[in-house]
Design a protein around this ligand. Structure first.
Ligand code: DAH
Length: 347
């Protein structure tokens, strides 16, 4: 009987051992390994159960059987420990493979920004005038009423003030409506002669539409010297137009009125698209208006402390957006302010 029991229990133990080693060998992760531990070695596991069953054996056989159970337990534990380490090694290997950096791959391109059409147009305008010996100067965007209007011969009740109604900070301080005020700052410095352009942001209480914006840019130009005539003005702006729009470009001076220049003119250029024949670009006119200009009004010179009998000058003002829109055939001013990268990338 005892022999038979012994035999049966040995058989069970051998099965446990065999099955455990097989399961350990086949385990694919720590989870399945833990299942084996619980199932075979745990408090309610198969080895614990077989130990309890030792009571069925004759007392003299129990120690030997107990030792056998213990050595099976040890064997399973060792196998589990080894498997654990090999699983860890595999995991590490996989991690290393997945995190491999191929240093020979071409680098990712970082998206470089793109210059705005306004900036490109401004650089072009600056290049042309710097080439003619002009200095590029800066002026304040928040300006005194005096510089924006008064000193430019636009007194308090002048109707031109209405046309350019603006954003007032106080009664006397405003966001400039034109870059012309920079002329006054330059003249007041008292260093003559002057050859300068002043690009910058201007503000007007205008509604936003295809050709207007409450915030846009101008480039102001001013030359003060002895013996400056309207012919100098014409020659300068004709050269500017040729450099900007092409060497066959012609200019036309139409009489106009600006309070700060006398005489004053608006300048048209022959359409660079059709050469003057008339097309969609120039609305069939053959000419496109690009700027305002004139001989600096003697009163304006006087107010800034320059003797008009000794010095004369000419001035002009260009809308930068207008130049950019013409040059790059942009049909709506909105595009210039929306900063849509798909639009900006085209220039
Ligand atoms: N400031 C004028 C404007 O905003 C443009 C202008 C016209 C500027 C004639 C000038 C000039 O310097 O002489 O409409």
């Amino acid at each position: 009987m005892s022999n038979h029991t012994n035999h049966r229990m040995n058989e069970v133990l051998r099965k446990i051992q065999e099955e455990a080693l097989k399961q350990i060998k086949e385990a694919t992760g720590l989870d399945s390994l833990n299942d084996v531990r619980v199932q075979k070695l745990g408090k309610k596991g198969e080895l614990t159960a077989i130990m309890k069953n030792m009571r069925e054996l004759p007392p003299e056989e129990r120690p030997a059987f107990g030792q056998m159970v213990n050595s099976v337990r040890k064997e399973i534990e060792t196998a589990m420990e080894e498997k654990k380490q090999s699983l860890a090694a595999i995991a590490r290997q996989m991690q290393l493979q997945s995190e491999t950096i191929d240093v020979t791959l071409p680098a990712k391109k970082t998206g470089l920004g793109h210059r705005h059409p306004n900036s490109i147009a401004l650089e072009e305008v600056e290049r042309i005038f710097v080439g003619m010996g002009y200095e590029v100067v800066d002026g304040p965007e928040v300006e005194k009423d005096y510089y924006n209007f008064e000193a430019l011969n636009i007194p308090a009740n002048h109707p031109a003030k209405d046309e350019q109604d603006t954003f007032y900070i106080t009664k006397d301080i405003l966001l400039r409506t034109q870059t012309s005020g920079v002329q006054v700052h330059s003249m007041e410095k008292g260093k003559l002669p002057i050859r300068m352009i002043a690009p910058g942001r201007v503000f007007r209480a205008d509604e936003l539409d295809a050709t207007h914006s409450p915030n846009f840019h101008q480039v102001e130009g001013l030359v003060i010297d002895k013996h400056v005539t309207f012919a100098d003005l014409k020659g300068t702006l004709a050269e500017f137009a040729r450099q900007l729009f092409g060497k066959d470009t012609k200019v036309k001076f139409r009489p106009h009125h600006f309070p700060f220049t006398e005489p004053s003119a608006e300048v048209d250029v022959t359409c660079f698209k059709c050469g003057g024949k008339g097309c969609r670009m120039c609305k069939g006119e053959g000419w496109i208006e690009i700027l305002g200009c004139g001989m600096v009004h003697p009163h304006v010179l006087e107010m800034s402390g320059i003797d008009p009998d000794e010095y004369q000058g000419f001035a002009f003002g260009v809308g930068l957006e207008r130049i950019a829109m013409l040059k790059y055939e942009i049909d709506d001013m909105h595009h210039l302010y929306e900063n849509d990268i798909r639009f900006l990338k085209q220039f």
